[in-house]
Design a protein around this ligand. Structure first.
Ligand code: SER
Length: 588
């Protein structure tokens, strides 16, 4: 079954079960500065999974553009991709385990015609917080999955996303397919790699709060996700994803351009195919991302540059329009499903061409320089200065230097490089993790002002609303602050107004902001506010604002409240049971 048919059949199956198809959200999230890309189908749906009504109703399905770049360097084997499409269906407080599992089973066995003998499943075995999911196991048994093909696993396998991340989450049941011509063993063994996971049904019934507690969501949801690349390979009977209908003609194009066979050149061809496809989707996205040294632009640059390097390995004439030919084959496969691909074709080609020209100019010189540096290395280590020079003067992303060096058995001082990089004030935010630090996306002047303002807001809520208000999270961008706090009721207009007035009064009072280091116990004893006591080291920094606020915090802060503009509360809403969120902006 061709991948377009699989996608179509998936959607029409769920439409026949009362689902509304929703369009794929952009691959660059619109309102979430905390991540670079959408990494799962459910990500754009988080507000609805948390209880906000969805305009399309309570049963949704889609195919969603996703990007996962943390294992970018794994691309080149038979299964890894940076970009992929995720088929998904959701119940927003509508159906639950029974329908979800029964429909997955029906689609797989009746529409995709997978024999039941090739299926096996895992369910959650329970932990201190949630008991074992025997309900799902019973449903599977009733449908005809034998007991020996049902395995109970712990939170590392059957909890989504994981126990550490905050937000909506829950136990899941994963569906596996036996992908081999060998005789199928009676007993399902999750360690046996002939069993591949094809679908994940998450029963999202909890919110993991910032304070570490789990609360039941107002409504129980279902979130399922099936990677189109994986299911296509399975249904087409190939073990190499790149041999499926998704990639076949792309690989053929690369064979034709390079005059080489896929056989023997798999790694390079897969990397080129994968990276150009991702570059196509990122640059066609409405966000208008261009290659750069930060954020999504940096990933885009890395992808294009890595594809070029592998094209060179295949002796492709880099100055020809090879990348355009490959991109055109890719775009022709997606343009009927994603209008932005059709509309932004010229932009995509322009992005690829410009970056190629830029990189070509520096690559030749850079490689020569790299070889010169490498030939002088005696102890198997490249120091930070050389790594930085390759970046700064020759435009080599550090990952490229590391990759080239590792091919020669050389280790690069990446830590040292990073320090130098920061010192040059070009903080690469390639890792989404960086962005979570202290809830701050970046730490420019405005973000710093907002950060101090959250301390004032926290203190003001305690005075106006209740002394039991505590911070549950915060998220800051240059445009606004978001502050989550514990509270069991919707704030009244009067409470909101008074809170805002008090914060602004404190701003006008020009209180000094002072920083003191103290022992954690002393800080707590002094009554300083603290969100995650266990996450702080023994010696902590306490920021005091006049005598209105004292909080354990890593900073940064303004040195006087007079440096902060007045705030305006724009919104107050529920995040989960007992947690409210305020969005506020500076009055310009
Ligand atoms: N969110 C789950 C996943 O990404 C199911 O869609 O696997």
């Amino acid at each position: 079954m061709e991948f377009t048919q699989i996608r179509d059949k998936y959607i029409s199956f769920f439409e026949s079960k009362g689902h509304k198809q929703i369009p794929s959200a952009p691959v660059v999230p619109e309102n979430d500065p905390s991540v670079l890309f959408n990494t799962a189908g459910m990500q754009p749906l988080v507000p609805y999974l948390m209880g906000q009504p969805h305009p399309y109703g309570t049963r949704l399905c889609d195919y969603q553009k996703c990007m996962r770049t943390n294992d970018l360097d794994e691309v080149g084997d038979v299964t890894h991709h940076t970009f992929f499409e995720m088929l998904g269906n959701w119940s927003l407080g509508d159906y639950f385990k029974n329908e979800s599992i029964s429909w997955s089973f029906e689609l797989l066995t009746k529409v995709f015609n997978i024999p039941v003998e090739r299926l096996a499943v895992t369910v959650f075995k329970g932990n201190d917080i949630v008991s074992a999911d025997s309900e799902s196991a019973e449903i599977w048994k009733r449908l005809g999955i034998p007991e020996k093909r049902i395995k109970y696993l712990g939170e590392d396998d059957n909890w989504w996303p994981n126990m550490e991340l905050t937000g909506p989450c829950g136990p899941d049941t994963e569906i596996f397919y036996f992908r081999s011509n060998d005789e199928i063993p009676e007993e399902f063994d999750t360690e046996d790699e002939r069993w591949v996971e094809i679908w994940n049904n998450v029963f999202m019934q909890y919110n993991h709060n910032e304070d570490g507690t789990f609360t039941e969501l107002p409504k129980k949801n279902v979130d399922t996700g099936m990677g189109l690349e994986r299911i296509t390979a399975v249904l087409e009977g190939v073990t190499d994803n790149y041999a499926s209908s998704i990639w076949k003609d792309v690989i053929e194009k690369i064979e034709q351009i390079s005059n080489l066979k896929y056989n023997g050149n798999e790694k390079a061809m897969r990397i080129i195919a994968d990276h150009i496809r991702s570059a196509v989707f990122i640059s066609a996205d409405p966000a208008g991302i261009k290659p750069s040294n930060t954020d999504q632009g940096y990933i885009l640059r890395r992808l294009i540059r890595r594809a070029i390097r592998y094209a060179k390995k295949l002796n492709i004439d880099i100055n020809s329009n090879w990348e355009e030919e490959i991109a055109k084959v890719i775009m022709s496969k997606y343009e009927n499903y994603y209008s932005e691909i059709k509309e932004n074709k010229d932009i995509v080609l322009e992005v690829l061409r410009t970056e190629k020209t830029k990189f070509n100019r520096t690559l030749e010189n850079g490689l020569k320089e790299f070889e010169k540096i490498a030939s002088k290395i005696q102890n198997g280590k490249m120091d930070k200065d050389n790594a930085f020079r390759l970046y700064d003067t020759f435009g080599f992303p550090i990952e490229l230097t590391v990759e080239l060096a590792s091919e020669m058995g050389i280790k690069v001082d990446e830590e040292g490089f990073k320090e130098k990089f920061k010192a040059h004030q070009e903080i690469s935010r390639a890792g989404a993790k960086e962005k979570f630090k202290g809830g701050l996306a970046a730490t420019g002047e405005t973000e710093t002002q907002y950060h101090t303002a959250t301390h004032l807001l926290n203190a003001a809520l305690k005075v106006i609303v209740s002394k039991d208000v505590h911070q549950r999270g915060s998220n800051i961008t240059a445009e606004r602050m978001r502050f989550d706090f514990s509270c069991n009721h919707k704030l009244t207009d009067e409470e909101k107004q008074k809170t805002e007035e008090l914060v602004n009064k404190w701003i006008d009072a020009a209180y000094p902001v002072t920083k003191t280091e103290m022992k954690k116990e002393d800080a707590i004893a002094s009554g300083a506010e603290c969100m995650f006591i266990e996450r702080y080291p023994d010696v902590v920094t306490v920021y005091k604002i006049g005598d209105v606020s004292a909080e354990l915090c890593g900073g940064p802060h303004v040195e006087n409240t007079s440096k902060i503009p007045h705030i305006k509360i724009k919104k107050e809403e529920a995040v989960s049971a007992g947690v409210r969120r305020i969005k506020a902006e500076f009055v310009k």
